[in-house]
Write a protein that binds this ligand. Structure first.
Ligand SMILES: [Zn+2]
Length: 439
């Protein structure tokens, strides 16, 4: 399908690019639409598309300014509404019909010519940073510094830019396109936004593209499965001196964690765990009545996660048994013992895009056209939910460069961001099916 394979570097000027493209754009838009899908070469033969690509390049600086405004509106997971309202205005100004669903997702619809088929392009509103975090954007040379500036300021600012470029160049598609700013992608949000979208549009969703962060060096085509659990141990509590020997929930967890660490997970399939938080107790001279840990478990193969979770539960149970035995040895276990409670905080299912998916072919054709090289990656994103249900989905970066995601040292550099936007538009037009001009 791609005719311009690796022929053009991203540094080539637009004028020259357009001349070359008209020379090689051999298939007409009409024949591509008849075939059900357009290829990158088909659609770039259309002057409207080339105009839209040039528009995205010239608008890149204003998209960056918009990104700064977005990043400076705090949006911790579960508290996305202020930023959501701002996105609703941007999407509406871009000519979309906007509504907010029951989960808080902001949805801008661009109607296509076919009834009841949708391509969903979504960027998450939320950040991992708690309320009160300083989100003021600092500039240093070409770099912007702020928590959340790239993840997901980059994705969010790109949504309305794509919609505007389509409106201004009169690009119409067969499938309707939903431009969405969704909630609950990070941490304990447990992908609640994309879950609701998939539930509401399930039968009509043809493709899903999640826009997350900046990098265009890779395409996320496989969903990393994960499970997050909280284990709490409760006991009688007591005085550090007079009740010494009474079973201690923190000691029990410590014994359990030590046992769990003795059996590392497999390297292949890559499987990981993180004891990410531990809390409990009220004062240094009180035996705690309660202690808990939160653990993140991930694997390339879902069955390994369940094995790892079973190992974790058994280890903590054994740690608790050891602690009870120690209390009995002290003659201090006569009263109430310890109890254990496990809660699943989140569950992200895995899945994979088939290698012959038209969605992957579309991104690759766009990359070939733009001279971009990208590898395929497995990651945990909004694409997990559609992929787990067999709906073709990928996650893409919005363009530019970034670093320090999920830390207070997060930065974003917009240099070259237009390539990311152009790549996205070309991908979108291919899978949504570009209609020929109406006049
Ligand atoms: Zn993100």
């Amino acid at each position: 399908m791609p005719i311009l394979k690796r022929a053009i570097g991203p540094v080539m000027t637009w004028g020259l690019l357009c001349v070359m493209l008209s020379a090689v754009g051999v298939l007409s838009t009409r024949s591509a639409v008849r075939a059900g899908r357009s290829s990158a070469a088909d659609i770039t033969a259309d002057p409207r598309v080339r105009q839209a690509l040039a528009k995205l390049a010239s608008e890149a600086p204003s998209v960056t300014e918009e990104q700064i405004r977005i990043a400076e509106i705090p949006a911790p997971t579960f508290r996305e509404s202020l930023r959501g309202t701002h996105l609703a205005k941007l999407l509406s100004d871009a000519g979309l019909k906007v509504h907010t669903d029951e989960a808080g997702n902001v949805i801008g619809e661009r109607a296509g010519s076919a009834k009841g088929e949708f391509v969903l392009i979504t960027a998450h509103l939320d950040t991992v940073f708690p309320a009160g975090t300083d989100v003021h954007v600092r500039r240093q040379g070409s770099k912007l510094w702020a928590p959340g500036i790239s993840d997901n300021g980059a994705g969010l600012a790109t949504l309305p830019a794509i919609a505007r470029s389509m409106r201004e160049t009169k690009l119409e598609t067969r499938s309707s396109i939903l431009f969405v700013a969704d909630v609950g992608e990070e941490g304990e949000g447990n992908l609640r936004g994309i879950r609701k979208l998939v539930e509401n549009y399930r039968k009509q969703l043809r493709y899903v593209i999640a826009l997350d962060g900046a990098s265009i060096d890779y395409v996320t085509t496989a969903a990393l499965a994960s499970r997050r659990v909280e284990i709490t141990i409760s006991g009688p509590g007591g005085h550090s001196w007079s009740d010494f020997g009474v079973p201690n929930p923190i000691d029990a967890l410590a014994r359990g964690i030590a046992l769990f660490l003795k059996a590392p997970p497999p390297d292949s399939p890559r499987t990981t765990f993180n004891v990410g938080s531990i809390e409990g107790g009220t004062s240094v001279n009180s035996i705690p009545a309660k202690a808990s840990i939160k653990v993140d478990l991930r694997s390339e193969a879902e069955p390994e996660i369940l094995k790892l979770e079973t190992a974790l539960r058994r280890a903590i149970q054994s740690g608790m048994d050891e602690e009870m035995q120690a209390a009995r040895d002290h003659g201090a276990a006569g009263g109430a013992g310890l109890s254990i409670d496990t809660k699943v905080l989140g569950l992200r299912p895995g899945g994979e895009l088939p290698p012959n998916s038209p969605l992957l072919a579309a991104v690759q054709a766009a990359d070939d056209y733009l001279g971009n090289r990208a590898r395929m990656e497995r990651s945990s994103t909004d694409a997990n939910i559609p992929l787990s249900l067999g709906i073709p989905a990928i996650a893409l970066g919005a363009g530019g460069n970034s670093g320090g995601a999920h830390s207070l040292q997060e930065w974003y550099d917009p240099t070259g961001r237009e390539i990311g936007m152009q790549r996205l538009l070309l991908t979108l037009l291919q899978v949504a099916g570009l209609n020929p001009p109406t006049d």
